[in-house]
Design a protein. Structure first.
Length: 72
């Protein structure tokens, strides 16, 4: 189910458990973290497990878009 995510630490297992829980909801999710931590992989995992998985996945990097930062 998480073929793109590598690791078996207890912390990662906790994240993947949360991914499975949130993917079944219709809620908006904000994934945050340091550069290079795999946020986009987590977002893809949520999308793949969601009811919207047949639709397009759109990744928005808010740090690269000054318009988004000005609205926050």
């Amino acid at each position: 189910m998480f073929e793109e995510i590598v690791g078996a630490s207890p912390a990662l297992q906790a994240v993947l458990t949360r991914v499975s829980k949130v993917a079944t909801t219709d809620s908006t999710v904000l994934v945050t973290g340091e550069t290079g931590t795999g946020k986009e992989l987590i977002a893809h995992a949520i999308h793949k497990q969601s009811r919207r998985s047949s639709r397009a996945f759109v990744n928005v990097n808010c740090g690269r878009n000054p318009t988004v930062l000005n609205r926050v």
